[in-house]
Design a binder for this molecule. Sequence first.
Ligand code: SF4
Length: 433
Amino acid sequence: MRLLLVSPLSGPPEERRRGKGLLPPLSLLTVAGLTPPEVEIKLVDEAVEELEISAEWDLVGITATTAQAPRAYEIAQAFRALGVPVVLGGIHPTALPEEAAQYADAVVIGEAEGLWPQVIADAKAGRLKRFYRHPEGKFPELKDVRPRRDLLKKDAYVLTSTVQVTRGCPYGCAFCSVTRFFGRTYRTRPIQEVLEEVASLKEKVIIFVDDNIMGLPSYARRLFEALKGLGKHWLSQASLPQLQDETLIKLAAESGCKGLFVGFESLSPEELKRVRKFHNDTRRYVETIKRLHKYGIGVIGSFIVGLDSDDKSVFERIKEFAFRAKLDLLQASILTPLPGTLLYEEMEREGRIVDRDWSKYNGNHVVFRPRLLTVEELQRGFRQLLKETYSWGGILRRLLGIHWRWPIFGTLNLIFRQGVKSYLRRVSQLAAG
Ligand code: SF4
């Protein structure tokens, strides 16, 4: 049997670009690892290489986030027109399985573990079912995870060593699909298995793609203790409450932590409550960043614009915060009601969703009616915020005076600056017609 696994290009057609990728699609590598060894597999990540549509495959598996969904459906239709069966999976098909089923022979709902071997067996027998799902409330155990990194295109990515240690998050923010996708569970891998995987990677820098690596502090402590001896550097994501524990931060730093993605999202306590991010205390933002810097850990701070109480001043306030708090990187996005989230349900009820072109659901476009801003004001303010925080002056104002002990944040700022510049260039080309 010959299996093709595809990660489609993301975003609207005019924004899709192929080039050097930042991170490889770990979910597909993991699915490949669940496939019986006799199956021949090819993996194509459209972000870094061209996809050829041909009838040489017995099965095509496509993963899709919401912004990838239109391209995933296009690819699925092209293969099916040649008589090749297609399976869709990932966050978007899980949120809207009936929609995905219109474009595929089968849809995998939820995580692939425990379902994928059956999909392969059914495909071989020519009797794919329409949907594959876990029994209600059941989530797979996280062990024997063996991503097939041998399928990766060499040198196609800036950082290649992605590892997943946990799944899920203890919180339930209204705009986020993590808790809906992984359930209200927080599952961890056996530490020994993680150590073996990390030790087997040649690269010095590891990206733990977890949504909340410190979600269970007792596990995080054991993990960090165990990582200490490996001499690796690592980056991941964490939440504000766990970052108040200085002993945990110190241990993370000793184990090689060099950067954490932190979801600050808003400077307004009321707005944080409204989006159910109850665990963020705005009074602790600056001191948390200082604490992380003290231990040589850079901060990638995420902020959302377009929240209900955001007016024209929000862009300036976030920019000033990024400069004052010395954010190593600012990850700004426009509020997006992703299908499958509470925010989507709320906005749907209120009739505020104005654009259902899923390719625009990537945090760069306004797809809903904001409360205190017009669509144009939000779009323009977002672009200005990116432009000013990633200008040379903006980068210097954020980075000057803080640790320069680890050069990756210099490199990441250059990559983000490049991304922002080409995004703004495309926007102005489109506006010019
Ligand atoms: S803390 Fe982060 S990962 Fe967890 S639900 Fe909120 S946004 Fe999602």
